[in-house]
Design a protein. Structure first.
Length: 106
């Protein structure tokens, strides 16, 4: 199944990779994955604004306070992780040899 058109290019790449790597092929799996990746996109959008505007903003009394989008970023991350957890993906890579897992470069 192709990624939903509403997803960003980055999220669409994740959709393709996860559906192939984990053989997601049922409607419930697609719905959970779409939910996770929509939350991922919201998180990325909030991060972009926070990066541009800074972690803090001034209130009407000229006092620094947390940027309101930090809440969106946090909540979107939590939604994404909850949906991925609900997919029950086996995150341990398959290995064909004994020993320690490989490093980052593999």
């Amino acid at each position: 199944m192709k990624p939903p058109k509403t997803l960003s290019a980055e999220a669409s790449r994740w959709w393709k990779k996860l559906t192939e790597d984990y053989e997601i092929c049922d409607e419930a799996g697609f719905l959970l994955l779409q939910t996770a990746l929509e939350a991922f996109d919201r998180m990325r959008e909030a991060q972009a604004v926070i990066t541009r505007e800074g972690l803090t903003v001034k209130d009407r009394f000229d006092q620094a306070k947390a940027h309101p989008l930090t809440v969106v970023e946090r909540d979107s991350r939590a939604q994404m992780l909850a949906a991925l957890k609900a997919l029950n993906l086996d995150l341990e890579p398959l290995r064909d040899a004994p020993g320690r897992p490989g490093g980052r470069g593999r």
